[in-house]
Design a protein around this ligand. Structure first.
Ligand code: NAP
Length: 232
């Protein structure tokens, strides 16, 4: 029986590769972003319109997914907003509008999406096989004052994935904050490989158990535990 993967903020990078790899793995795929409109692109590929700066629209989006396919067993949270501020004075001119926007896109909508995902998985009982993947980075273990709100929200998302990986472990729901690194543990940044990321997401969704919630990985190697380096 096909499963459904929902990609929130599906763009030309991770989103496009997730669409093709999850379809190839036999999933129905729903891709959502601001520039997409509701359209059944193929029998197993639905596009939906979504603006993550409006968290209250997520319940309707999940309902639309269920109208076309079934409740998504895999939810990929790929949205981000990165407002830059002066690195030497990040608080000096930050606007309330920027704070509210970046928090809505980077974390509030992730919480609402998590709630919608889990409530559907609870209804499916032991059959849910639910996986929630938040596209993270190294922001939760490094300083980067010029991206203050972005980094703050990534920290909050990491905490959400950590807490939920504990809370729902017995029910078999899995939560990940993924973080691509270079081999020396530094952030992947411009080396971030959307194809490797999408391939990892298909693997994590297929895996029956919870792997480390903070999934630090190096392209071509896989999971690498950088905790001692990160804490040094
Ligand atoms: N080291 C690392 O682990 C690392 C490094 C770099 C990046 N990253 C992470 O990778 C993610 C982005 O990668 P990507 O290659 O997929 O980027 P991408 O190809 O630019 O896709 C992101 C998509 O998000 C959509 N989007 C933006 N704001 C939105 C909103 N308010 N509501 C709905 N959709 C929205 C945009 O589409 P529309 O314009 O159609 O809305 C955009 O195409 C981010 O989470 C970033 O932090 C991680």
């Amino acid at each position: 029986m096909p499963r459904t993967a929902l990609i929130l903020a599906a763009g030309p990078g991770i989103g496009a590769h997730c669409i093709s790899l999850f379809r190839a793995a036999g999933y129905n795929v729903v891709a959502a972003s601001r520039s997409r409109q509701e359209s059944l692109r193929a029998p197993n590929h639905l596009d939906l319109h979504l603006d993550l700066s409006k968290p209250d629209t997520l319940p309707e989006l999940f309902a639309k997914v269920r109208e076309h396919f079934e409740h998504p067993s895999v939810v990929i949270y790929n949205g981000f907003a990165r407002t830059l501020v002066p690195a030497e004075n990040p608080l000096g001119s930050i606007s309330q509008e920027c704070i509210e926007h970046d928090m809505a896109v980077n974390i509030t909508s992730a919480l609402i999406a998590g709630r919608e995902a889990v409530n559907g998985w609870e209804q499916a009982g032991g059959q849910a096989n639910g996986t929630f993947i938040y596209t993270g980075n190294k922001q939760n273990v490094m300083a980067d004052p010029k991206a203050l709100t972005f980094g703050m929200a990534k920290c909050a998302a990491a905490k959400m994935m950590w807490d939920c990986s504990v809370a729902y472990a017995q029910r078999g729901f899995r939560f990940y904050f993924t973080d691509q690194r270079k081999a020396d543990g530094s952030p992947a940044r411009e080396m971030m490989d959307p194809m490797a990321r999408a391939a990892l997401y298909v693997e994590l969704a297929a895996d029956g158990g919870q792997q480390p919630w903070h999934y630090t990985f190096v392209k071509g190697i896989g999971y690498v535990d950088f905790r001692s380096k990160d804490n040094a």
